[in-house]
Design a protein around this ligand. Structure first.
Ligand code: ATP
Length: 317
């Protein structure tokens, strides 16, 4: 009988101690996310985990109570020294280390089985647990939501990239990282530099050789400038040249204002929103001195997001 009572007390001690570490180490926000994804174990644990302070007080009161009873009980059946030595050994090994190591790894899987026991204990301990948790929340504060910033999210994705257990394939990881990082980038970092840009003067006459040159360049949009190169006034769409029947100057066929204006330090997410809102997919980029320094298109931004160079049918390898 003595052994049975000791073992029952030890099991209870193990349970309280293991659950304290296991359940409280499960982040509330993470549990909420798992519940949204249909995780039933998370939903069961959340029933007791949602009020962290009450749960903490309940499990600690339960643990301390059981450990005290166990020591006193052993003290009543053996000499003081042995009672202290044996209860310390049993409590540390079987009541603390083993259950904590177990629940630290398997709280989500096995925790739900013990939720009903925790709820019963909670009910008994509530008159003590409530005032203590009330004081706790007012002194050390309420539990805060876990929110990761962009850099931390990127690190989490990178860790997944290195883990064999990850379900994400490398393309998904690349795109997620690109999406997290692109908004920090500026137009000046991804634009096509001025010297590589193909522009055309509004006064240029679209002779056969000019048309051939435009065709050879291969771009769909050719920004049109007036006077000096930096004064861009619109875009010549190469598809508009298909219906051309006479030799006319660019000024007669270009589309005014079909190009946006941006600066080198505009962020790519702002620019992407502008492209979508204005339904125009090219912008010319101005430096802080208001000089034309390059061109940027929707494709340049998409390439940053998917972290891959997109080449189309007309691009030379
Ligand atoms: P689309 O794919 O819509 O037919 P495109 O292939 O001519 O157009 P984009 O796909 O928008 O051009 O852009 C591809 C790359 O070419 C981007 O890096 C962009 O900056 C660059 N680019 C586009 N037009 C010009 C141009 N007129 N001069 C120089 N670079 C350009």
């Amino acid at each position: 009988m003595t052994y049975i009572i000791s073992i029952i007390l030890l099991i209870l001690s193990a349970l309280f101690s293991g659950l304290t570490l296991g359940l409280l180490s499960l982040d509330k926000t993470e549990l909420e996310r798992k519940i949204k994804l249909g995780d039933k174990n998370a939903a069961k644990i959340y029933e007791v985990r949602k009020n962290g302070s009450i749960l903490l007080v309940t499990l600690l009161v339960g643990n301390v109570l059981v450990n005290a009873v166990l020591s006193v009980f052993l003290g009543s059946i053996m000499s003081g020294f042995w009672a202290v030595a044996i209860s310390t050994f049993l409590i540390v090994l079987f009541g603390e280390i083993l259950p904590q190591a177990f629940f630290a790894r398997h709280a989500l899987k096995y925790g739900p089985k013990f939720v009903p026991i925790v709820q019963v204990v909670m009910w008994f301990v509530y008159p003590i647990a409530y005032p203590i948790s009330w004081v706790l929340e007012r002194t050390v504060g309420k539990e805060t939501e876990t929110v990761w910033d962009r850099e931390e999210l990127a690190e989490i994705i990178k860790d997944h990239e290195e883990s064999d257990l990850s379900e994400l394939d490398s393309d998904e990881q690349k795109i997620i990282l690109g999406a997290l990082e692109y908004s920090d980038k500026k137009a000046g970092e991804v634009m096509t530099y001025r010297d590589d840009c193909f522009l055309i003067s509004s006064e240029t006459v679209l002779t056969e050789s000019v048309l051939k040159h435009i065709k050879d360049e291969g771009y769909t949009r050719v920004p049109v400038f007036e006077d000096r190169k930096r004064n861009i006034i619109g875009v010549l769409y190469t598809k508009d040249l298909i219906t051309l029947r006479q030799t006319v100057p660019v000024s007669e066929v270009y589309r005014p204002n079909a190009i946006l204006k941006t600066t080198t330090d505009e962020t790519l997410d702002d620019l992407l929103n502008t492209f979508i809102r204005e339904k125009i997919h090219m912008a010319y980029v101005l430096s802080s001195q208001n000089e034309f320094v390059g061109l940027i298109t929707l494709e340049d931004i998409v390439e940053e997001i998917i972290k891959t160079e997109i080449e189309d049918e007309t691009d030379e390898a």
